[in-house]
Ligand binder design. Structure first.
Ligand SMILES: Cc1ncc(COP(=O)(O)O)c(C=O)c1O
Length: 379
C-alpha cells in the first residue's frame, strides 16, 4: 500500500477552497437575450424549445409542479417509469434510474460501486460530485493523469500486484467540462479488462452531442463498463439526471441507494421535459454530428489564429489565457461586443490556467465565430 503514490484528500481540498472568493453572477432573461450565449451547457438549445416547454407546461397543468414525495412513497408517476424505460432502450442498458440531479446520481453511482475496501482510480480532473462519492464511500482514491492510459495502467498494475483479488473501480468522464477533452474509452476498457477493474463513465456533457446519434461515447460498450451517469441539465435543456446500468447493479441501486431512496422524486414536469428532449434527439440524429462539425470548424479557426486550446472534439472550446487578470479582461471585452462568456479561474481549473470556456451551441448566428475572433484580436 505504501509503495503506491497517492494524493488523496488534498485534492478534495483544492476544490473546496481557493485563493479568491467566488461571486454569483446573475444572468437575467433580458441580459441573456441581449447577449449571445456562448457559455451555457444548453448545447442543443433545447431549454427554450417549444416542444419541451409545452411538455413541461402540460404536466404542470395535469399533475402540479412537485412530485410530493420520494419514489418509494407517492412520488413515482407514469412519466418516471416511461422515461426510465425509454432511456434504457435508447442507450441499450438493462436498467435506468432517475435522480433529481447529476451530482446526486454520481454520489449514488460511486457509493453503489465502492466501499472502504475498494481502490478507486479516477482521472485527475474528475468532477467534484464523483470525488465526493469516493469520499463518502470511504474508498481509497488514486488519481491518474488526465486522460493518460499509461498512468491509469501503472496504478492498476500496482494495486493488483498488491492484491490480486481486488476489483478496482476506474472513473472517468466522457467529455471533460473544463477541458473539452475525451478519454480513449476503448483503450481504457482493454486495460480494465486486463486487470479485472470495473469502469464508471460520467456522460454528463456528452449525452445528446457525442457518439453515434448523440448517445454518448460509451454507447455500445458493455463489461467492464458497469454504469454510466447522465444529466438532463445540459444538452437535454432542463434538469434532473439518471444512472444506467445492468440488472444486478440496478437491483442494488433500487434496494440500497440512499441517494435514490431518500429524496423527493424528480419533478414530473422535468421528467416530461426530459422525455420531450429525448424524443427530439432521437428524431434528429444528425444534430449531434452537425454540432461537432461546427465545433471542429471553430477549433480550427481559433488554432489558426494562434490561440491556446487543449485537444478535444466536442462543443466545449476552452481558450487558455493563464492569468486571472487577462481572462477577466477578455470576458469584459467580449461582453461589450455582445457575447455572454464566462472566465473560469482557479480553483475550478489549476493555477495559471485561467480560461474562457466557449460553448459552441446549435444554430449560433452565422457570423458569430468571425465576430469573436475579431474582438479577441483587439487588445
Ligand atoms: C461532469 C459533470 N458531472 C456531473 C455534473 C452534475 O450534474 P447536475 O448539474 O445535473 O447536478 C456536472 C455539472 O455540473 C458535470 O459537469
Amino acid at each position: 500500500m505504501n509503495n503506491i503514490p497517492q494524493s488523496r484528500i488534498r485534492y478534495l481540498r483544492t476544490w473546496t477552497t481557493g485563493p479568491k472568493k467566488a461571486e454569483l453572477r446573475s444572468t437575467s432573461e433580458s441580459q441573456n437575450t441581449a447577449l449571445l450565449d456562448l457559455a451555457s451547457n444548453d448545447y442543443l438549445g433545447l431549454s427554450k424549445h417549444p416542444e419541451i416547454i409545452a411538455a413541461a407546461k402540460e404536466t404542470i397543468d395535469l399533475e402540479g409542479v412537485g412530485a410530493g414525495s420520494s419514489r418509494f412513497i407517492t412520488g413515482t408517476r407514469p412519466i418516471h417509469t416511461s422515461l426510465e424505460k425509454e432511456l434504457a432502450s435508447w442507450l441499450a442498458r438493462e436498467r435506468v434510474f432517475l435522480f433529481p440531479s447529476g451530482f446526486q446520481a454520481n454520489l449514488a453511482a460511486v457509493i453503489a460501486l465502492s466501499n472502504r475496501h475498494t481502490s478507486v482510480i479516477a482521472d485527475r480532473l474528475s468532477h467534484y460530485s464523483l470525488l465526493m462519492g469516493i469520499k463518502s464511500s470511504g474508498a481509497k482514491l488514486y488519481r491518474y493523469e488526465h486522460n493518460d492510459v499509461h498512468s491509469l495502467e501503472k496504478y492498476l498494475k500496482q494495486i493488483i500486484r498488491r492484491n490480486p483479488n481486488d476489483r478496482p473501480l476506474v472513473i472517468t468522464e466522457s467529455l471533460f467540462s473544463m477541458e473539452g477533452s475525451s478519454p480513449k474509452l476503448k483503450k481504457m476498457v482493454e486495460i480494465c479488462d486486463k486487470y479485472g477493474a470495473r469502469l464508471l463513465v460520467d456522460e454528463a456533457h456528452a449525452l445528446g452531442v457525442m457518439g453515434s446519434k448523440g448517445r454518448g461515447l460509451s454507447y455500445g460498450i458493455k463489461e467492464p463498463l458497469v454504469m454510466i451517469s447522465g444529466t438532463f441539465g445540459k444538452a437535454f435543456g432542463s434538469g434532473g439526471a439518471f444512472l444506467a446500468t445492468n440488472n444486478e447493479l440496478g437491483d442494488k441501486l433500487l434496494q440500497m441507494s440512499g441517494a435514490f431512496r431518500y429524496t423527493t422524486a424528480l419533478a414530473p414536469p422535468l421528467a416530461a421535459a426530459a422525455m420531450a428532449a429525448l424524443t427530439l434527439i432521437q428524431s434528429n440524429p444528425e444534430w449531434a454530428s452537425e454540432l461537432r462539425q461546427e465545433a471542429s470548424y471553430w477549433r480550427a479557426q481559433f488554432i489558426d489564429e494562434g490561440w491556446d486550446i487543449p485537444y478535444g472534439e466536442g462543443p466545449i472550446l476552452p481558450v487558455i489565457f493563464g492569468s486571472d487578470e487577462e481572462v477577466l479582461y477578455r470576458q469584459n471585452q467580449l461582453e461589450k461586443k455582445g457575447f455572454l462568456i464566462v472566465a473560469i479561474r482557479p480553483p475550478t481549473v489549476p493555477l495559471g490556467q485561467a480560461r474562457l470556456r466557449f460553448v459552441i451551441r446549435r444554430n449560433l448566428p452565422k457570423n458569430s465565430l468571425e465576430r469573436v475572433l475579431e474582438t479577441l484580436k483587439e487588445k
